[in-house]
Design a protein around this ligand. Structure first.
Ligand SMILES: NC(=O)c1ccc[n+]([C@@H]2O[C@H](COP(=O)([O-])OP(=O)(O)OC[C@H]3O[C@@H](n4cnc5c(N)ncnc54)[C@H](OP(=O)(O)O)[C@@H]3O)[C@@H](O)[C@H]2O)c1
Length: 317
């Protein structure tokens, strides 16, 4: 029998609680090499870098030698981030951009091309969970625009403009929440009444499907990975899920733990057995846990849907 979304949700929290919290991270970490990562000479692009996991990623990569282009809206927080780099090998260059606006995303890709900036690593980290419907000035559901379409436009534009080096790495920050849903294109911009958690889970499922598409399409040239950071104490979680954040405050991971797998993937570029897999705590895992989540829309249909918005964004840039 295929469980309902509500049943999956209840099973999900009880089953994954130890694994996704700091308990799982602390135990797995005991078996890992303590070798530090070195990105000297690399150029990175990290989206959603002013707080939380993205902020930690940008700082750790810069402290390990990378020049990190950090993107978010809050210019003040980004400026503070630039000042926090404590190594003279790497640095942070900030870009205050609203990544929910596709014309801005396409303009950002153009900016990198115009300035000859080519990346070794792209982390599509920006993401948010909304608790009420919201629409961008371009008429898109804000969560969908930020969590899925913006990642698609940025990545495709960088690939087509030569903004990603041969052998580069793209990491898509998904979430274990996607285990609860199948790919449902018609519901990517929310349904009525709006359910923020469900809509977010669908975005995260779409990211995993998109990653699989990119592996198949560009995998000869670029290493694509999707990952789950675990449950991490960040401003995003505190705002979107205040009760969850308060109840699990002692168990949530710190941002360093949330960023760890992305930093490890970028350094080790591991082989992936199955294009569908998702990485979590330095290991690849199935992208499906419950019966029924494989039976959604196709990746091809998702890409066609995303492409239908892309041309207008590029022309407006
Ligand atoms: N924390 C967790 O437990 C957890 C679990 C699973 C997956 N994830 C995923 O991990 C990623 C990071 O999450 P987080 O918890 O670190 O979130 P966070 O603390 O809310 O950080 C989100 C970042 O995105 C930026 N941002 C949001 N909307 C933006 C927009 N329209 N344009 C540009 N930047 C924007 C925010 O900065 P500005 O406000 O300055 O723009 C901030 O830097 C997300 O994709 C999330 O879904 C997190």
């Amino acid at each position: 029998m295929t469980p309902t979304y509500a049943t999956r949700g209840a099973l999900f929290f009880s089953w994954f609680m130890p694994s996704f919290t700091r308990v799982g991270y602390g135990l797995r970490k005991l078996t890992w090499s303590t070798k530090s990562f070195d990105y000297t000479g690399q150029t990175w692009l990290v989206t959603g870098a002013s707080t939380g996991i993205g902020r930690q990623l940008a700082l750790s990569a810069a402290n390990a030698g990378a020049t990190v282009h950090a993107v978010a809206r809050n210019a003040e927080k980004l400026a503070q981030l630039e000042d926090e780099v404590c190594s003279n090998r790497g640095s942070i260059v900030s870009h205050s951009v609203d990544l929910s606006l596709m014309a801005s995303v396409a303009s950002l890709a153009d900016y990198f091309q115009d300035n000859g900036i080519i990346f070794d690593v792209l982390v599509n980290n920006v993401g948010l969970m909304l608790n009420a419907p919201s629409e961008t000035s371009e008429g898109l559901e804000t969560g969908f625009a930020t969590n899925v379409l913006g990642h698609y436009v940025l990545t495709e534009q960088l690939v087509s403009l030569g903004g990603l080096k041969s052998g580069s790495t793209v990491i898509n920050m998904s979430s274990g929440g996607m285990y609860n849903v199948s790919l449902d294109i018609d519901a990517l911009q929310g349904d009525h009444p709006y359910d923020g958690t469900l809509t977010y889970a669908r975005h995260k499922r779409a990211q995993v499907a998109l990653n699989e598409h990119w592996r198949e399409t560009y995998g000869d040239m670029i290493n694509f990975y999707s990952m789950h950071p675990g449950w991490v104490s960040t401003p995003g979680v505190e705002t979107a899920m205040p009760e969850f954040h308060a109840a699990l405050s002692r168990l949530l991971r710190c941002p360093e733990a949330g960023a760890d797998t992305a930093l490890w993937l970028a350094f080790t570029k591991p082989e992936q057995r199955d294009a569908q897999n998702i990485w979590f705590d330095r290991a690849q895992r199935s992208a499906h846990f419950f019966n029924g989540t494989r039976q959604g829309d196709s990746r091809t249909a998702l890409v066609s849907y995303l492409q239908s918005f892309t041309q207008a964004a590029v022309e407006a840039a």
